[in-house]
Design a protein around this ligand. Structure first.
Ligand SMILES: Nc1ncnc2c1ncn2[C@@H]1O[C@H](COP(=O)(O)OP(=O)(O)O)[C@@H](O)[C@H]1O
Ligand SMILES: [Mg+2]
Length: 326
């Protein structure tokens, strides 16, 4: 069953086209990452699914129901981007407040709040004021808040943004644990290195258009490029390889290795056979892989991940709460 499905989804804010026909499908039990620079449309997609903003055109379904349907919304846990929990609450009192809001009965709250805070790793600080929490602890509290009512789907908008490297790792480990417990997770991120480590599938959004979609392996496999090297003292037969119709260029800084690229329909096997036919021994053969960041940069022309393309908005009001964002 799919937990999220959109077909040709469009959303415009005045003259800004935030989503220009996006079709994605997220299966149950997965960690699915929606990636893209700031301003790409990621938050808008979540807001349409949850009924916070209205779609302009196309289809959007959440847990098999039309986007915004209250019964589906109740089965979702949501960590909003840039949330500000009131600093005068403690972790426990905030959870109690949200639990009541979600209709979790008192007895159940009393049992589940410490349990959930334990799961996210902040139970030891649940009676301290939120204003004393680090950004990483606030994010983990936000995730706990999203879990309290046992949702079928957890939606996290930039869960690791503004969190230090150790905190990021803890949040990734937490997401992994949640997945192992059978939760489906949909997350937004402009931080590619993070997502690569935990997502089963990703979609890359650029200026409201879905440019790539697939498993991390799909997106990072660069087919048909090999690093190849023969035994010491032997000279790789580059000219003969080129005569066979391959490109063969020395690898910079590794003179003993050549990079052999295949074109459509070619395999590496004739190159290997040629090496053996010449009486040489193969000592190195590695298929070249990209990182997700390489794939992203190759996809998003001239773009740097993390660059904010949104028009400037006043931030002063938000900084009162002490956001430690760059
Ligand atoms: N409430 C709004 N009114 C007008 N424009 C908006 C609004 N929210 C978002 N946008 C614009 O829509 C585009 C996508 O924004 P957003 O969904 O927040 O992207 P992301 O989450 O990927 O950073 C941006 O150009 C942004 O400026
Ligand atoms: Mg966003």
């Amino acid at each position: 069953m799919s937990v999220i499905e959109t077909r040709d989804l469009r959303k415009t804010y005045g003259r800004v086209e935030a989503l220009k026909g996006v079709s994605i499908r997220v299966e149950k039990g997965q960690i699915y990452g929606l990636l893209g620079q700031n301003g790409a449309g990621k938050t808008t997609l979540i807001k349409v699914l949850l009924g916070i903003v209205r779609k302009t055109d196309g289809e959007a379904e959440l847990l098999g129901r039309p986007a915004g349907a209250p019964d589906a919304r109740r089965r979702v846990g949501y960590l909003p981007e840039d949330h500000q929990f009131p600093g005068y609450h403690t972790g426990y009192s905030l959870m109690d407040f949200y639990g009541a809001l979600y209709g979790v009965p008192v007895d159940e709250r009393r049992r589940k709040i410490p349990e959930t805070l334990e799961l996210v790793g902040i139970a030891g600080r649940m009676n301290s004021k939120i204003r004393t929490y680090s950004k990483g602890m606030k994010q983990r509290l936000g995730i706990a808040q999203a879990l309290l009512h046992d949702p079928d789907l957890i939606i996290l908008d930039e869960p690791t943004d503004g969190v230090d490297p150790l905190g990021r790792r803890e949040i990734r480990e937490l997401m992994q644990r949640l997945k192992e417990r059978g939760h489906s997770i949909f997350l937004n991120s402009h931080l590619l290195g993070e997502v690569e480590l935990i997502c089963d599938r990703v979609a890359i959004l650029q200026q409201g258009v879905l440019v790539r979609e697939g498993t991390i392996a799909d997106l990072t496999q660069q087919k048909g490029r090999y690093e190849i090297g023969v035994a010491p003292g032997q000279a790789f037969p580059a000219d003969a390889v080129i005569k066979l119709g391959y490109s063969a260029i020395p690898v910079p800084d590794k003179p003993e290795l050549f990079e052999v690229s295949l074109t459509e329909g070619q395999t590496i096997d004739p190159v290997i056979k040629l090496v053996y036919d010449k009486g040489m021994q193969l000592r190195h053969l590695v298929e070249r892989k990209q990182t997700l960041e390489d794939a992203f940069l190759a996809t998003v022309e001239g773009a740097e991940p993390g660059v904010d393309t949104r028009p400037r908005r006043p931030r002063a009001a938000r900084q009162v709460g002490g956001r430690d964002r760059k």
